[in-house]
Design a protein around this ligand. Structure first.
Ligand code: ZN
Length: 168
């Protein structure tokens, strides 16, 4: 019985026995001093182990929390730094764009004006021609005749010019 109970003492301390086994152990403890002492030793060992575990575990948790806290602070600082960097870059970018536009604006304005003027002149001439042609239809005929005459004259002139050149 003593050896059987001795095997059960550790699970008895850990409260891992069924009621039958526990009753057997308790009955035996009443009569066996050696087992009572072993139970005392086991209990002492268990509390020592628990307290040791706790003293190791508590600073561990504290250290972990401290690390997490430091990481969080670093992350926040990084985020802050990042947002600052981003804002600075954005402002510089906008300023550069504004400066470039201010610098280029006379050129842009001038070129736009040239384009606009050319367009305006072109449309005015076209418009004027159209008005003349549509308002005075016979002018178109006259214009075509004059053009044809001019082409013929110029052609004749060119022929004469080439003729004179080849002949003499
Ligand atoms: Zn015993």
């Amino acid at each position: 019985m003593h050896e059987y109970v001795e095997e059960l003492l550790s699970p008895y301390i850990d409260d891992e026995l069924n009621s039958e086994e526990r009753k057997a152990v308790e009955q035996h403890l009443k009569t066996c001093k050696q087992c009572r002492e072993e139970v005392e030793d086991l209990r002492f060992l268990k509390t020592q182990m628990l307290s040791a575990y706790k003293t190791i575990e508590i600073p561990d948790i504290g250290f972990e929390q401290e690390v997490i806290r430091k990481i969080q602070i670093l992350e926040a600082e990084n985020r802050k730094a990042f947002s600052w960097k981003f804002c600075t870059a954005l402002v510089i970018g906008i300023l550069v764009i504004i400066f470039a536009l201010l610098k280029l604006s006379p050129i842009l304005y001038a070129s736009l004006r040239v384009v606009y003027t050319l367009f305006a002149v072109g449309t005015r001439i076209t418009h004027a021609l159209l008005v003349i042609v549509s308002d005075v239809p016979y002018l178109l005929g006259a214009f075509i005749i004059v053009t044809l005459i001019l082409i013929v004259i110029s052609g004749w002139s060119v022929r004469r010019l080439f003729g004179t050149k080849t002949t003499g």
